[in-house]
Ligand binder design. Structure first.
Ligand SMILES: Cc1ncc(COP(=O)(O)O)c(C=O)c1O
Length: 377
C-alpha cells in the first residue's frame, strides 16, 4: 500500500471508528452497473452508513445536471425554490407547507429538537440500543437521557417507555424502524402510544427508514398525526432510500407553531441557512420518482433475503429487518470489526446495550458477497 493510499485507508477506518424491493433483476443489474461505475474507490466495501447502493436515481442526476450552473445562487426565487419543495412534500404528506422545515439532512433538525427540549434539568426517554441523534446531543447539553431497552424481539419497548413517562419528561424520542436493530413497531400500537404520551410531553419520531416498510409506508408514518396533534414531531431524510446521502437534504414536520419556532430560532432568515440549491432541485426530482423508491425497496428485499440465508447457513442470531440493514450477533464485535476492517469492509456495531452485535448495511450483491466471504474466513 502506498503512503497516500494507506493514509486514506486509515482515515476511512478512523471515520468508521468514530461513527457510530418489483423490477426485473436484469434491469436492476444495469442500474447497479451504471451507479457503481461512478465509484472511484471500489476497494472499500461501505456497509457502514445505511446508504442506498443504487442511488441517486437517473432523474435526480439529470436534475442535478440541469441546475448545477445556478449554484452560485441561494435556493430561492427559482423553478426549484425551497418553498416549492416544501409544498411538494406537504402535498405528498397531507400536511401544510407551514408544518415543514427543511434541514441539512435530518441530523440538523434532530439537533434543533435536542436544543429546544434539552438542557440542564430536562429529561428525555430514548430507546436502547439506538442511533439516537437527539439523545446523544441532548446529553452533551446536560439533559438527563433515560435509555429504555428494546423488547425480546429487539423492537422499541413502547409499554416500558410509556410506563416511564412522568410530568418531568420533556421529550420522548422514537426511531421507527429503529437503528441499529432494523425492527419496527406495529402501526396501531405506535399511533396509540403517540396519542397517549403526547398528552404529557412531545414525541419525536425519527422516520429515516420509514420508506422501507412497504408501499403502504405513508399509512405507517406518524406524519398523519401532525395536523391534529401539536405534540408530534416527525423527521425524514433523503439520505436513505432516495440515495442522496451526500446531498444533505432532510426535513422536520410538526405543528405550525413548532415549525415557526424552529425557523425563527435556528434559521433566522439568513439565506445561508437555506438548504443547498442543488439538493432542493434534486429532492424535488426524487419525490417525483416513485418507481425508483419501489425498485430500491424491492431490491433491498431481495438482498435482505440473501443476508438472512447466509446468516441462517452459519447459524448466527439476527433481528428480522424492516429496513436496509441487518443487526446480528457477532459473538465478539471488536474482533469481528477488526477482521472486517483489515479486509477493507466497513460495518457498524458495538452499541453499549448489545456490545457484541454488529450492523451491516444491505449493500448490493457484490458488496454482500465480499462481506460473507470474509465473514466465513
Ligand atoms: C435513524 C437515523 N436518523 C437520522 C440519520 C441522519 O441522517 P441524515 O442526516 O443523513 O438525514 C441517520 C443516518 O444514518 C439514521 O440512521
Amino acid at each position: 500500500m502506498t503512503g497516500i493510499k494507506r493514509r486514506d485507508w486509515l482515515r476511512q477506518t478512523s471515520l468508521a471508528a468514530a461513527a457510530f424491493g418489483t423490477i426485473p433483476l436484469a434491469g436492476f443489474r444495469e442500474l447497479e452497473k451504471s451507479t457503481n461505475n461512478r465509484t472511484k474507490d471500489d476497494s472499500v466495501v461501505r456497509l457502514l452508513f445505511n446508504e442506498n447502493p443504487y442511488g441517486p436515481s437517473k432523474n435526480v442526476l439529470d436534475r442535478i445536471d440541469q441546475v448545477k450552473a445556478r449554484s452560485h445562487r441561494y435556493a430561492t426565487f427559482y423553478e426549484y425554490d425551497f418553498l416549492k419543495l416544501k409544498s411538494l412534500i406537504a402535498s405528498q404528506e397531507g400536511v401544510e407547507p407551514e408544518n415543514i422545515a427543511l434541514g441539512h439532512g435530518s441530523i440538523q433538525p434532530l439537533i434543533w429538537t435536542a436544543i429546544l427540549y434539552g438542557g440542564q434539568g430536562k429529561e428525555m426517554l430514548v430507546p436502547e440500543p439506538a442511533f439516537d441523534v437527539v439523545g446523544t446531543y441532548a446529553r452533551k447539553m446536560g439533559t438527563t437521557v433515560k435509555p429504555v431497552r428494546v423488547d425480546a424481539n429487539y423492537r422499541i419497548n413502547l409499554k416500558a417507555i410509556e410506563a416511564q413517562v412522568t410530568s418531568s419528561t420533556d421529550l420522548v424520542v422514537l426511531i421507527n424502524p429503529l437503528n441499529p436493530t432494523a425492527t419496527s413497531v406495529p402501526t396501531e400500537d405506535l399511533k396509540a402510544f403517540c396519542n397517549n404520551v403526547s398528552k404529557t410531553c412531545p414525541v419525536c419520531i425519527d422516520e429515516a427508514y420509514v420508506h422501507y416498510l412497504g408501499e403502504d409506508w405513508p399509512k405507517r408514518s406518524m406524519a398523519q398525526l401532525i395536523k391534529d396533534n401539536p405534540n408530534i414531531i416527525v423527521t425524514r431524510t433523503f439520505s436513505k432510500i432516495f440515495g442522496m446521502a451526500g446531498q444533505r437534504m432532510g426535513f422536520i414536520m410538526g405543528s405550525k407553531e413548532f415549525i415557526q419556532r424552529i425557523e425563527s430560532d435556528f434559521m433566522m432568515g439568513f439565506p445561508g441557512n437555506m438548504p443547498n440549491s442543488i439538493g432542493v432541485a434534486a429532492a424535488m426530482a426524487a419525490l417525483e420518482d416513485r418507481d425508483f423508491l419501489n425498485q430500491s425497496r424491492a431490491r433491498n428485499g431481495e438482498m435482505r433475503q440473501f443476508v438472512y440465508n447466509e446468516l441462517n447457513r452459519i447459524g448466527w442470531e439476527y433481528a428480522a429487518s424492516d429496513a436496509n440493514f441487518v443487526y446480528f450477533n457477532t459473538g465478539d464485535f471488536a474482533k469481528f470489526k477488526s477482521k472486517m476492517n483489515a479486509n477493507k469492509i466497513l460495518i457498524a456495531g458495538g452499541w453499549p446495550a448489545m456490545k457484541d452485535w454488529g450492523r451491516v448495511t444491505i449493500g448490493n450483491e457484490k458488496e454482500l458477497e465480499t462481506f460473507f466471504r470474509v465473514l466465513k474466513q
